[in-house]
Design a protein around this ligand. Structure first.
Ligand code: THU
Length: 160
């Protein structure tokens, strides 16, 4: 037996104003998308904005359903929309923000495991890494340089 140590590096920003200007704009788009989320059951609204290499920004928000598992997370709504409309696009970065209607989310809210897996599919397919920035409603922002930093033991098409 031997131990395997996996090290990841994340960056933390104290406020949106500390982010590069292009990412501030992307986070603003995520914020706008978040406000339009359909989340009557969880009262937890999430917005995601995906920056394409072409300059276009594709957004998404969580869409819930009375049959709970039929709903979809904001990140997947955004990336599936981008994948369906721009099948050959390169995805550069994604900004994510979450807000609860019950209490203030002041710490970064990381994407769920299912969204990490979906993001990984697109990152592996295109090769350049996708930068992921995520935050709550307010407060610090975390940046991961690659989906692989959020999902170290990746499952991808190479296994099939
Ligand atoms: N949600 C997202 O949109 N993204 C995530 O990464 C985690 C969770 C949504 C799903 C559901 O509508 C609500 O947040 C509460 O789980």
């Amino acid at each position: 037996m031997k131990n395997i140590k996996i090290e990841i590096n994340l960056e933390e920003f104290d406020a949106v104003s500390e982010l590069p200007v292009s990412i501030q704009k992307l986070m603003n788009k995520a914020h706008e998308a978040r406000e339009k989320a359909y989340a009557p059951y969880s009262r937890f609204k999430v917005g995601a904005a995906l920056q394409l290499k072409s300059g276009e920004i594709v957004t998404g928000n969580n869409q819930e359903n009375a049959a709970y598992p039929s709903g979809l997370c904001a990140e997947r709504v955004a990336i599936f929309h981008a994948g369906s409309q721009h099948p050959d696009a390169t995805f550069v970065s994604m900004a994510i923000t979450a807000k609860s209607l019950n209490h203030v989310l002041a710490s970064p809210i990381a994407p769920c495991g299912g969204c990490r897996q979906v993001l990984a599919e697109y990152e592996v397919k295109q090769d350049p890494s996708i930068e992921i920035y995520f935050m709550g409603e307010t407060g610090k922002i975390i940046k991961a340089n690659s989906v692989k930093d959020l999902l170290p033991l990746i499952f991808d098409a190479a296994f099939l």
